[in-house]
Design a binder for this molecule. Structure first.
Ligand code: NAD
Length: 484
């Protein structure tokens, strides 16, 4: 049975033409029209929740509660809230200017960027497809949407549902794999919003450069977790393991590796074991509230990583059992990981938790700072001196040696920074979400997504009466003008 129907490649330019014609005709301009589409998107998520849960269960064995909590619910809420806030976001702004320019009516207009392309990944395929779309609709753009072929049930479902809820002349889904995406990227778009890996992002950036298309790149990487020796190890372990178990670790903000004081490694691992027993009394392998690895290729990648890790350096692997038939891997803790180990090469994107013991905080900071800027940095500490440099603190190098102040905020770079929990940042709709450096660029969520799709169009309207004050600019310029 065919799970997903790919869009014929020859149809792709026609889809773009339809969207462009709709945009040019001004269909998406009225705010009331945009609000209606946003409410319709919220209705889609709400009315079709069962079908969405079913599709995500087929694609990723995603537990129903996880889908409702992290994908469907967020879209209902964010689409609704965006509709409610649209009048304020879209209102023209009047900057404060010197008195002599006030009559020119300087205004910042909020203009839609035009006809845009959204490309989403397989790991949270519902929210990561529709979250950018919410911003595009709010801003008055038309959009082609390319979901991932790696989550085929969900991609087919949303292409069946979208025309029932949204105006198909303004929003259309293109299904397919590399050939279809390549065709999409040959065309000119007014903006491209891509969520996925850095390898494809580079292909995309090259294609976009040809048309000077602006981009938002929401990428991944290895999100470090730093645990300070004074923090409650059981609590840190519980919060970290919970974060790692969401979607079986297949999420861009998953804790990738944990740095703990060497003297606390044993206590921290005991904390992980306790948390594991609480979350999965009968093992995660068979638990209905634990997900699978998306496909054989990712399952084999993770399995071979673990095989390569089973060298002399690894002293302990907790759980780590696998079920190849169901593509399941239990949360797997690897102790005593060191720089250069295979687990530290690339983003893990699976339920493996390497622990790196260090002898000092400066070793921990050096380890983090030697790597590309992560999407999120997690730090478990309640020590204000570790969180941020005190105003009167000595310069960093002196500080290390003399007063042992270590400064997460000022001495590291990351897309986001979370103290004392994992994932909770994603529930705060008012915070921008973005990477930095290798983890991407371009902000999203609510107003920030609206801004991404909005051109700030500066406008002045110079009245005839201004002519007197403008006289001096006209040639020929006599000695008076030059003197002035
Ligand atoms: P994916 O493989 O589904 O790819 C995403 C899109 O790229 C798909 O539409 C796919 O068709 C297209 N694509 C793949 N190969 C291509 C090629 N050669 N040419 C053109 N297009 C191509 O998803 P993925 O990249 O495996 O997703 C996982 C990655 O996404 C991880 O690195 C993760 O960290 C990152 N991610 C980031 C965020 C964020 O918000 N920052 C969120 C989720 C996932």
């Amino acid at each position: 049975m065919t799970i997903i129907r790919y869009t014929p490649i020859k149809e792709i330019p026609k889809i773009r033409e339809t969207l462009r014609a709709t945009f040019k005709a001004g269909v998406t301009r009225p705010l009331e029209w945009r609000k209606h589409q946003l409410y319709q998107l919220a209705r889609l998520a709400q009315n079709e929740a069962d079908a969405i849960c079913d599709a995500l269960n087929k694609d990723l064995s995603k537990p129903r509660l996880e889908v409702l909590r992290t994908e469907v619910g967020n879209i209902v809420e964010r689409a609704t809230k965006s509709a409610q806030k649209l009048d304020v976001w879209a209102a023209p702004e009047h900057p404060d200017v010197p008195d002599w320019q006030k009559g020119w009516k300087p205004t910042i207009l909020k203009a839609p960027r035009g006809t845009v392309l959204i490309m989403s990944p397989w790991n949270y395929p519902f929210i990561l497809t529709f979250q950018p779309l919410i911003g595009a609709i709010a801003a008055g753009c038309c959009a082609a949407i390319k979901p991932s072929e790696v989550s085929p049930h969900l991609s087919q479902l949303i292409s069946d549902l979208l025309p029932k809820y949204l105006d198909p002349s303004a929003y259309q889904i293109v299904n397919g794999a590399v050939p279809e995406t390549t065709r999409l990227l040959e065309l000119q778009w007014d903006h491209i919003f891509y969520t996925g890996n850095g390898r494809v992002a580079r292909i995309l950036a090259v294609a976009a450069a040809k048309h000077l298309t602006p981009l938002a790149l929401e990428l991944g990487g290895k999100c470090p977790v730093l645990v300070d020796s004074t923090y409650d190890m059981d609590l840190a372990a519980k919060r970290i393991l919970w974060g790692k178990c969401n979607n079986a670790g297949q999420i861009c903000v998953a804790p990738d590796y944990i740095i703990v004081p060497r003297s606390k490694q044993g206590e921290f691992v005991e904390g992980l074991k306790k948390a594991y027993k609480t979350f999965f009394p009968d093992s995660a392998l068979g638990a209905s509230h634990y997900g699978s690895i998306v496909n054989d290729s990712h399952f084999n990648r993770l399995s071979s990583l673990l095989e390569r890790t089973k060298g002399e350096k690894v002293t302990d692997i907790i759980e780590g059992r696998k079920d190849a038939a169901r593509k399941r891997i239990e949360p797997t803790v690897v102790k005593n990981v060191q720089d250069g180990d295979p687990l530290l090469e690339e983003e893990l994107f699976g339920p493996i938790l390497p622990i790196i013991p260090v002898d000092s905080l400066d070793e921990a900071f050096a380890f983090i700072n030697a790597r590309p800027h992560p999407l999120v940095l997690y730090a478990f500490t309640e020590d204000p001196n570790i969180k941020q440099r005190r105003a009167l603190c000595l310069p960093f190098t002196v500080c290390f040696v003399s007063c042992k102040h270590f400064i997460v905020i000022d001495e590291t770079q990351s897309g986001g920074l979370v103290f004392n929990d994992t994932f909770q940042q994603l529930t705060v709709d008012e915070l921008p979400f973005a990477g930095v450096g290798e983890s991407g660029y371009g902000y999203q969520v609510m107003k920030y997504t609206y801004d991404t799709y909005t051109q700030l169009r500066s406008s002045v309207d110079i009245p005839k009466e201004a002519e007197r004050s403008l006289q001096l600019r006209y040639p020929p310029h006599g000695p008076e003008a030059v003197k002035a």
